[in-house]
Design a protein around this ligand. Structure first.
Ligand code: C2O
Ligand code: CU
Length: 481
C-alpha cells in the first residue's frame, strides 16, 4: 500500500499510532474529481422511476490497489438521483449484498412507510419499492442505508449518494447549475486502510467513532477539479461516519447559498463553516483565470472538546483542489432576497425535551418496538435538544426540516440558518429546533430521530416518533419485523 495512496498517506500506512502529521498535507492533487453520474430514470404512467442496486465491488483508490467496497449501481457510492417538486417518484431498490440493508432518503418529507429506516429492511436478493410525491423546496438531500445496528458499516463501505431536488426558485436563482461542471457534488469522507488495502472499520475504542487518515471526495483521493466558469457551486455533504469538518477555502471567502433543506433567504459571505456528519451546505466560490485554490478542513471548533484523532493535535487537511482554466465562462453572481419564510415561535403549541448522554436519549436506548413520541399532524413544535455529554453529537430528525432558534438571544451561525434536518451539538449546550409536521399521519409506521455519528446511532442513540391524526394513538410497531 505504501506509496500508493499519496505521499503523505504512505508515511502512515501500517502505522497503528495516532498519526502525527496530516496524511494529506502536501497531498498531490493528481486525480480528477469523480462526479457521481446522474441516475437514469424512466417515466411509467407519469411516475419517475429510478433503480438502485446495492452491490459489492472493488475500487482502486490508488493505482494498483483493489479495495473491496460497496456501492449502488457501482462498486463505490451511488448515482445522483434528481427530481422536481411536484413529481411522483418511485425507486426500485434491490439488495445484492449478502446481508440485510435498507435505504433512507435523508432530508425527505415522505410517508414513514417509505422512509427506509430500520422498519423497511431489504433482505439479500429482495427488492423494495417506495413511491412518493416530492413536496418540499429544492435541496441537496442524500440517501444511505439505515439497518438497525449496522448503519455505520454500510455507509463506511460506500453506500451513499445524493438526491437533488429542484423547484421554480432553484431554477430561477442566479446560481451555477450545470451538473458536474459548475454545480459539483462534494461528498467528503475519511477512511482507514489496512496493509492489504482493505477498508479498516475499527474505531479503536474511540468514543466518537471511526476516524480515517485518508480523506476522499466523491471517492477520489487527492482530487482536483478543473473550473471553467467564473463561479463554481459546491454541494458539500459530510458523508463521514464520525468526523466533523470545518471547511474553508485556502485564500478566499465564499458565499453560503443553501443548507440542508434548501436555499437560504439570501446568500451569505463566509470564511469558514462547520459541517457535522449528515449535514450539507452549498457554497459558491469565485475564481479568476489560471488561479488555483484548495478546499480545506481546518481544526474544527467543536465547542470545547478536542478533535478526536486529530493529526498532530491539529485536525487540518486538504480536501479538493480547484484549478481555473485559462479562460472562464461568465457566471451569475449569487444574489437574491426571498421573504422570510421562517416559522414563528408563537405558532408552536408543543415543546418536547431531549437529552443526549452516553448512547441514550432521555435515558433510553433505541427499541424498535417502542414509540417514544407521538406527534399530531399539522402541529408546530419546538424540540429542545441538550447535549449533556462531554462528547460531540449530531442530531437528525426524519420527515421534517427544522429551523434552529436563537438560544439566550444568540442567533445561530449562518450554516445553521435556513431549513435544517441535522445539527451539530456542542457539548453542554441546548439547541431549540422549531418544525411543523405536515401530512402522512400513520400511527403504525415510525420515523426516527438520532445522533448522526453512526457509531452512536448503531449503539442506540435513537428514538422513534409517529405522526397521527388528532386524538389518535400510536399503533403497534412490533408486527413489522
Ligand atoms: Cu441520514 Cu436517520 O439518517
Ligand atoms: Cu452522537
Amino acid at each position: 500500500l505504501a506509496g500508493m495512496l499519496g505521499a503523505g498517506v504512505a508515511a502512515l500506512a501500517g502505522c497503528d499510532a495516532i498519526p502525527s502529521t496530516s496524511p494529506v498535507q502536501g497531498q498531490e492533487f493528481d486525480r480528477p474529481l469523480a462526479i457521481p453520474p446522474l441516475a437514469a430514470s424512466r417515466l411509467r404512467d407519469g411516475v419517475r422511476v429510478f433503480e438502485l442496486t446495492a452491490q459489492e465491488g472493488r475500487t482502486a483508490f490508488a493505482p494498483g490497489i483493489e479495495t473491496p467496497t460497496w456501492g449502488f449501481n457501482a462498486a463505490h457510492l451511488g448515482p445522483t438521483l434528481r427530481a422536481a417538486r411536484g413529481e411522483q417518484v418511485a425507486v426500485e431498490v434491490t439488495n445484492e449484498l449478502s446481508e440485510t440493508t435498507s435505504v433512507h432518503w435523508h432530508g425527505m418529507h415522505l410517508p414513514a412507510r417509505y422512509d427506509g429506516g430500520p422498519h423497511q429492511p431489504i433482505e439479500p436478493g429482495g427488492t423494495w419499492r417506495p413511491t412518493w410525491r416530492i413536496d418540499q423546496p429544492a435541496a441537496t438531500l442524500w440517501y444511505h442505508p439505515h439497518p438497525h445496528g449496522a448503519t455505520e458499516e454500510h455507509v463506511y463501505r460506500g453506500l451513499a449518494g445524493l438526491f437533488l431536488l429542484d423547484d421554480e426558485y432553484s431554477r430561477a436563482a442566479s446560481l451555477p447549475s450545470e451538473y458536474g461542471v459548475d454545480d459539483v457534488p462534494v461528498i467528503v469522507q475519511d477512511k482507514k486502510f489496512d496493509d492489504a488495502g482493505r477498508l479498516d472499520a475499527d474505531s479503536e475504542g474511540n468514543e466518537v467513532g471511526l476516524f480515517g487518515d485518508v480523506v476522499m471526495t466523491n471517492g477520489t483521493v487527492g482530487a482536483y477539479h478543473e473550473v471553467t466558469t467564473e463561479r463554481i457551486r459546491l454541494r458539500l455533504l459530510n458523508g463521514s461516519t464520525a468526523r466533523t469538518y470545518q471547511f474553508v477555502l485556502a485564500d478566499r471567502p465564499f458565499e453560503l447559498v443553501a443548507t440542508d433543506g434548501g436555499l437560504l433567504d439570501r446568500p451569505v459571505r463566509m470564511d469558514s463553516l462547520r459541517l457535522a456528519p449528515g449535514e450539507r451546505a452549498e457554497i459558491v466560490v469565485t475564481m479568476r483565470p489560471r488561479e488555483r485554490t484548495v478546499l480545506r478542513s481546518e481544526d474544527p471548533d467543536l465547542g470545547g472538546v478536542a478533535a478526536p484523532f486529530a493529526f498532530g493535535g491539529n485536525d487540518s487537511f486538504d480536501v479538493l483542489q480547484l484549478r481555473a482554466a485559462e479562460r472562464l465562462n461568465p457566471s451569475p453572481e449569487p444574489d437574491w432576497q426571498y421573504e422570510d419564510t421562517g416559522l414563528a415561535e408563537a405558532e408552536a403549541t408543543v415543546t418536547r425535551t431531549f437529552e443526549l448522554q452516553n448512547r441514550e436519549i432521555n435515558g433510553l436506548r433505541m427499541d424498535m418496538n417502542r414509540i417514544d413520541e407521538t406527534v399530531t399532524v399539522g402541529t408546530t413544535e419546538i424540540w429542545e435538544v441538550t447535549n449533556s455529554h462531554p462528547v460531540s453529537h449530531s442530531f437528525h430528525i426524519h420527515d421534517v426540516q427544522f429551523e434552529v432558534l436563537p438560544v439566550d438571544g444568540q442567533a445561530p451561525p449562518p450554516e445553521l440558518s435556513g431549513r435544517k434536518d441535522t445539527v451539530y451539538l456542542e457539548p453542554n449546550r441546548t439547541y431549540r429546533l422549531i418544525m411543523r409536521f405536515e401530512d402522512y399521519a400513520d400511527p403504525d409506521w415510525p420515523y426516527m430521530y438520532h445522533c448522526h455519528m453512526l457509531l452512536h446511532e448503531d449503539e442506540g442513540m435513537m428514538g422513534q416518533f409517529v405522526v397521527v391524526e388528532p386524538g389518535q394513538r400510536a399503533g403497534e410497531v412490533a408486527h413489522h419485523h
